[in-house]
Design a protein around this ligand. Structure first.
Ligand SMILES: *Cc1c(COP(=O)(O)O)cnc(C)c1O
Length: 395
């Protein structure tokens, strides 16, 4: 075990888990693309079976390349242990399912990530688990929703699309008084900008697909918690549902992780520049961004987050969907796509959920657009936006 004082950020990203002497001094770890691992004798096989979580035996359970990643991610979250999944949704499902059984109740922040909502409302409801969604900006709403059978508080701070915060320490303290487990989706902030364990959270999950990998080429999920809770999840949800990550994806993620601090700083700074630029624009009705002095949650943001990330949303001032579409279609440097956290700037216009034959359910208005700011030059992005605003006027 490496001593605590060596665990600065560069140490975690560059050194922790790397055993270079074992692979010819390779600076980069090898991609161990092997399903199974063989043993010199039965006794060694027996020991491996007894410790599947920590020993190369079968790659759904343990893989040496994935193991390096697990060490780094656990250290980044200041957690004892980490499990890596084939998607963020897989990690979220395993985390929630590890806390509930038939008859139990979950209190969740309202408007969590869409597939988290579907897991709770559509899938777990079939197994007798009920859910109450609360307006999470008021911590007391969590307390008010507690029932005798409540087992889990689910947080996503900031939450998807509108970036509302929950007072993490306050919600965790309510949970502790009632013996309720807490789980947070920390994808927006990454461990660099928000440290949920220090605020009392029991389980942290991430869509590693977003910032942690950072290159829009891997779908991956992360779950961090205590060693004992991770052991339980490993033996049950992790191994039986089988959402293990491929060694190749873990290897790519190790590469992506090396530049996480640089990327987070860059997208955070550029996003703030663009928010300032848009705030005074006559075509912008409202901006959803937690780190603005005028935001009602600015103080809470400063209290529990180190910085904002690269996402924000806006309401465009427009009379018709066509005007919104003209704005979106005219953008050349922002790609029209879902997801975020990669190198490329994106817009996700909610009007795409309107007017189709099979409209997706959304509570957001048609002039709502989510932005993700990538690694481009801010000037380039501002010019692109200016051109698109002009294009809106021309019917
Ligand atoms: C994308 C996302 C997820 C789901 O992650 P996948 O890796 O796509 O399964 C979960 N939570 C949040 C906040 C997300 O943005």
């Amino acid at each position: 075990m490496e001593s605590k004082d060596k665990m600065d950020l560069s140490y975690i990203l560059n050194e922790l888990g790397e055993e270079r002497a074992n692979y010819f001094g390779g600076v980069t770890p090898p991609l161990m693309q092997s399903v199974n691992f063989c043993f010199q004798d039965v006794e060694r096989l027996r020991n491996a079976i007894a410790n599947e979580m920590d020993t190369p035996f079968y790659t759904r359970g343990h893989n040496p390349t994935v193991a390096i990643l697990r060490k780094k991610l656990a250290a980044l979250e200041n957690a004892e242990e980490c499990l890596v999944f084939s998607s963020g949704s897989g990690a979220i499902a395993a985390g929630i399912m590890s806390c509930v059984q038939s008859g139990d109740h979950v209190v969740s922040v309202q408007n969590p990530y869409s597939w988290t909502y579907k897991l709770l409302s559509n899938l777990l409801s079939r197994y007798g688990v009920s859910v109450t969604y609360v307006e999470g900006t008021v911590a007391a709403n969590y307390a008010a929703a507690i029932r005798p059978e409540t087992k889990l508080f689910l947080l996503e701070s900031p939450n998807s699309m509108t970036f509302q915060l929950q007072d993490i320490a306050a919600v965790c303290s309510i949970a502790r008084q009632h013996n309720i487990t807490t789980m947070i989706d920390n994808s927006y902030s990454t461990p660099l900008n928000q440290q949920p364990i220090a605020m009392g959270v029991d389980i942290i999950v991430h869509s590693g697909t977003k910032y942690l990998n950072g290159h829009s080429d891997v779908v991956m999920g992360v779950l961090c918690s205590t060693r004992s809770r991770c052991e339980q999840i490993f033996k049950s949800e992790y191994m039986t549902l089988g959402g293990a990550v491929s060694p190749h994806d873990a290897w790519l993620m190790l590469r992506g992780l090396r530049t996480l601090p640089l990327r987070m700083e860059r997208v955070g700074t550029t996003a703030r520049t663009l928010v300032d630029f848009l705030a005074s624009h006559p075509r912008i009705e409202k901006i959803f961004y937690p780190f603005y002095p005028s935001s009602p949650q600015y103080r809470l943001a400063l209290q529990q987050m180190k910085a904002a990330a690269g996402q924000f949303s806006v309401l465009l001032k427009a009379d018709t969907i066509e005007e919104v579409e003209r704005f979106c279609n005219h953008l050349k440097r922002f790609l029209i796509a879902t997801s975020w956290g990669g190198y490329e700037s994106l817009i996700y216009p909610v009007c795409a959920s309107y007017g189709s034959v099979n409209p997706t359910q959304t509570t957001l208005p048609w002039n709502f657009i989510r932005f993700y700011i990538g690694l481009e030059d801010p000037e380039v992005l501002m010019n692109d936006l200016s051109d698109a605003f002009v294009a809106m006027e021309k019917g």
